[in-house]
Design a protein around this ligand. Structure first.
Ligand code: TYD
Length: 133
């Protein structure tokens, strides 16, 4: 599957809006883990690695940031700035989160438990692995 923006339901209500996602209606995978990124100092980047197997879905619950994806040949940048859509990222894409706004909050759900062995942290290794496929 390719990376893609997934629009989420938005239940508009004068008491405050509500959005959600669940498998299999919005998410293409079952969630094994949830984490979030916050208090990012101006100018900092997160990520800059790939996962061999793990898939992710990222939402900017608050504020905004960019997710830059690289398949070893070309780069694509997605701006996340609303809490009613997110970015699905399949396995084996190099991904960097950057340009965080003040007080932004990034929610990430993944189909795998944490496993350092699933990370590819060197871009040259990543390109080699992509070419082997
Ligand atoms: P890392 O995934 O490298 O951060 P990012 O991609 O957002 O820049 O994780 C940073 C550290 O946190 C690393 O030492 C592993 C640890 N960590 C966990 O223990 N569990 C987790 O679920 C995550 C995402 C990270």
């Amino acid at each position: 599957m390719d990376p893609k923006i997934i629009d989420l339901p938005k239940i508009v209500d004068s008491r405050g809006n509500l959005s959600f996602f669940e498998y299999p209606n919005q998410l293409p995978f079952e969630i094994a883990r949830t984490y979030w990124i916050y208090d990012v100092p101006g100018g900092e980047q997160r990520g800059s690695h790939a996962f061999k197997e793990q898939q992710e879905f990222i939402i900017a619950l608050s504020g905004s940031f960019n997710v830059v994806l690289n398949n070893g040949e070309k780069e694509e940048s997605f701006t996340l700035n609303r809490s009613y859509y997110g970015l699905y990222i399949p396995k084996m894409l190099w991904r960097t989160l950057e340009n965080f706004s003040t007080n932004s909050l990034g929610l990430i759900v993944s189909d795998k438990s944490f496993d350092e062995q699933d990370y590819v942290r060197n871009f040259e290794d990543f390109k080699k692995l992509r070419n082997e496929k």
